[in-house]
Design a binder for this molecule. Structure first.
Ligand code: TZP
Ligand code: MG
Length: 221
């Protein structure tokens, strides 16, 4: 699927360890997709994450089937083999993950050469040190404190986000401690959307059905 910045508007990130008691990952994703979520990232990381590759692969395959049904891109966090195995639409990498140039080389040689790449960039120093040649979008934050990522960088706030938006032409999705009611503030910085874990896992179905379409209208880039 060809990348578009519009895909970043309402960005669901989910992995097994993010689920609340009684939640089912595929069910949660389908509820979000029905509400209008524009992109899904499978992020199997942190304590409590699935370690077994076959189990991850099986779940990722199911996610690919589901996102295809709603014509929404699926991104895999930081696992190129998994991304290639399921023909994911994109891969998201962080500052400490495999180097971008290595990933680009492997993608170009693969059966899925159009896979797009998202990169986490927290501040202007990281931005300046990053090879952005083949990057489609940036994920920037944490905007506020987050309990979903143990090793998150320091909080950057709306100011830090604005600095990054100003410094690059690449589309940016805001991440970390953000929820639906932050959409207007985030949109004003020039960012393209909200990437969220806990806002999704904590939301009622009715809240998703109300908020996701609103968010998709608030972000216009
Ligand atoms: N990267 C930076 S903060 C974060 C990631 C994956 C976690 C976002 O989770 P939440 O629950 O939306 O704060
Ligand atoms: Mg990473």
């Amino acid at each position: 699927m060809q990348f578009s910045s519009k895909m970043l508007r309402s960005y669901l990130i989910i992995g097994t360890k993010d689920l609340l008691a009684g939640q089912d990952l595929l069910e949660l994703v389908e509820t979000a997709l029905k509400a209008g979520t524009t992109i899904v990232q499978y992020r199997e990381k942190g304590s409590g994450a699935i370690k077994n590759y076959a189990d991850k692969l099986a779940l990722a395959h199911q996610l690919k089937k589901l996102t295809l049904k709603y014509n929404v891109p699926l991104v895999i966090d930081d696992d190129l083999n998994l991304a290639l195995a399921i023909q994911a639409d994109g891969i998201h990498i962080g500052q400490s993950d495999q180097t971008v140039s290595k990933i680009v080389d492997q993608i170009k040689l693969s059966t899925n050469p159009d896979m797009f790449i998202g990169l986490s960039v927290s501040n202007l120093t990281q931005l300046g040190n990053s090879d952005l040649t083949n990057i489609s979008y940036l994920g920037s934050g944490p905007i506020k404190t987050t309990s979903s990522k143990a090793d998150a960088d320091p909080v950057i706030g709306l100011k830090g986000l604005t600095d990054l938006v100003t410094a690059t032409k690449l589309p940016i999705v805001a991440i970390g401690g953000v929820s639906f009611t932050d959409a207007k503030d985030i949109a004003r910085t020039g960012a393209c959307g909200l990437a969220m874990i806990s806002a999704f896992t904590h939301a009622k179905v009715t809240e998703l059905n109300t908020w996701i379409p609103k968010i998709n209208e608030i972000f216009t880039k």
